[in-house]
Ligand binder design. Sequence first.
Ligand code: ADP
Ligand code: MG
Length: 883
Amino acid sequence: MFAVHLVAFYFTKLKEDQIKKVDRFLYHMRLSDETLVDIMARFQAEMEKGLGKDTNPTASVKMLPTFVRAIPDGSENGEFLSLDLGGSKFRVLKVQVSQEGQQKVQMESQFYPMPNEITRGNGTELFDYVADCLADFMRTKNLTHKKLPLGFTFSFPCRQNKLEEDLDVDILALVNDTVGTMMTCAYDDPNCEVGIIIGTGTNACYMEDMSNIDLVEGDEGRMGINTEWGAFGDDGALEDIRTEFDRELDLGSLNPGKQLFEKMISGLYMGELVRLILLKMAKVGLLFGGAKSSALHTKGKIETQHVAAMEMSKEGLANTREILVDLGLEPSESDCIAVQHVCTIVSFRSANLCAAALAAILTRLRENKKLARLRTTVGVDGTLYKTHPQYPKRLHKVVRRLVPNCDVRFLLSESGSTKGAAMVTAVASRVQAQRKQIDKVLALFQLSREQLLSVRDKMRAELEYGLKKKTHALATVKMLPTYVYGMPDGTEKGKFLALDLGGTNFRVLLVKIRRRSVRMYNKIFAIPLEIMQGTGEELFDHIVQCIADFLDYMGLKGAQLPLGFTFSFPCRQTCIDKGTLVGWTKGFKATDCEGEDVVDMLREAIKRRNEFDLDIVAIVNDTVGTMMTCGYEDPRCEIGLIAGTGSNVCYMEEMRNIELVDGDEGRMCINTEWGGFGDNGCIDDIRTQYDKEVDEGSLNAGKQRYEKMTSGMYLGEIVRRILIDLTRQGLLFRGQISERLRTRGIFETKFLSQIESDRLALLQVRRILQQLGLDSTCEDSIVVKEVCGAVSRRAAQMCGAGMAAIVEKRREDQGLQHFKVTVGVDGTLYKLHPHFSRILQETVKDLAPQCDVTFMLSEDGSGKGAALITAVAKRLQQPQKDN
Ligand code: ADP
Ligand code: MG
């Protein structure tokens, strides 16, 4: 018993001594975590340098854009060809991706030799040879009748200009092996966004945000970056880490001074590093009793596979002895232990260095995504990683220690590089096909100039119908007289109450006008949905309740103030203080109102309450209020536009053109109610299925067709319908229509404004969508943004075409060559959408080139305008009363 212990003790002691000896000798190769963190930081700086336009030319880590923009999403489909041109052989594969909805890949392949004269010959010969092999493969596999998309793996650094190289008509993708690995793994795990190779050489790629890639145009989405990290240190950045053995190895290599990081890591060099170390140790008498063999002197005699064999946990020591004996050495027990430890130090350093650089990439990914914690997958390929017994677990452990805030999964890629080429091709071909389908949908929203001109001309015709006695009753654009004859002249003064019933809120205001200065106090009240869609009495009781609150709040109870009522719905008027509701629009549907005089309804509600009395002087459309407000400051303002919940316009028309109102002198403001344009089907040629769906789902189906294509209440809903359809076609959200997406109204127009903002990075778009409960990828986010853009752009253009009809009419009616006019505008869509106002203005300029139209934002048009109109009406009332 004792003897056994003694032997065990002796052996442990022996081992400890040997390990200490080697550790001392190779202390420079044993990297502390502190050093690794330092290397990680250096690599982060290198990546930054490689990505920058100005710094790239001198960067040693080249960070090559690969033009691979998307990773597999599992919906790839079809047959693809793939070529893998490695160092010594050349392989052609046919890959069948995901047949019958199962996510699976089948491969058939054939190796072809790569004769020396071809690899050393010129490019044309090489590609001729490749083409011959390909033709042979197609013949033997009976594929000659098909034209399959083809991917090409090329494991050498390669600057790509675009994915579809023009080498041959069929070539869809030229793929670096790291990218192939990433793509292959991503097919099985969509979280995979990094690919590394630890084999003969070493390299890594990852998905970088386009906005960080200076060398490629465009800021949307991500692109695979082939780091070519093997060259890290070529500018001297790792000199303090490199040892005398690294320098010796480099000097004896085919490319001295190049790929210095790779030479400390990869399989091509690991055995040789061990050999150089053993030789030196033998020379200084630390091994083999100072004896050397000629094999130990010979370059390349120790290979990486030997290192792996020596490090095997059980047979390692026996293997070491065998290998050393084969090298013509006579190793002692302690020699074997020492040599084994040399191998461990060299291969561990390799794993450490790889881990440091990988940790830098992971940190970059996490920071790009602005996450506190990153969950991601790294696809790995390469013989060293696959066959060395300890390598993977060491690498994983160090990475996890270096980036504790990343949950990293390592996924071994099965025949990664070749299959990857097929995957890249499959993705490229999927993206191409999807792009076509998406473009087809977006094209429905792209109106040609001819179409816009036709909208303008049809609108013009409708304006005329609405004004004429004969056609008015059937006209879709109602052209309602407002009995507002004059604009404010600056003499108005006094205190007024104003009410503003818009599409969403109700506001009560106190407006004080004195010598061209206007002061306002107001309170906003929400109109609950049940009131919007309850009875008319309830609606007006609620309104009066809000007025009572406001008067209380302002201490005005009992004051007899003149009141103007801004009512943003179509009203047929016979005088300034009477207005019969033609029909509810937007979100309103209260009963017993249509066909009734809303001023009477308000008066009755006030009576019912029996608390105060009000002098209702004017009922005002919000467009008119807006025009008035702007007209107060700019006498050229004769048009009012609202682009808010709804869409509408008013303008000053010649009395002689207004057949419904007697008198030919002067002008009167006409509330066009242009939202009803198209209700006779005249713009059905440009309405899409999505517009029809939105219409059918609305409170007033068939009505307000133009408004439903142009205003805030509907734009988000149109977008939602398109998203549902694209998802149904499998082009978005992985084909999954979520409950959220099915919910009417979730996609508010304010989200269009946010998503389309130029200041927003794609990830923020993604976050908005995620807050909406839509689980979107980066690619999804791009598509959603495009959809929003198409919908809002069309809205602005159509609105512009309508405005062009109005200003052209006014120009012609006045017989002018040039017409200069100001449009007063209000509405949150116009004010807050990042592009709507610009596109609207551009369209007007284009479609009404003889008009010089200035757009003026009205500050609180509806409220102030109502007060001004009340003031003007009061002023006009006075002489009548005096008579
Ligand atoms: P209303 O037209 O009801 O009198 P607004 O002019 O304020 O009132 O318009 C409100 C409408 O504007 C909302 O119903 C919504 O459709 C739209 N909207 C709200 N926020 C935004 C935004 N940030 N960008 C674009 N549209 C918006
Ligand atoms: Mg309004």
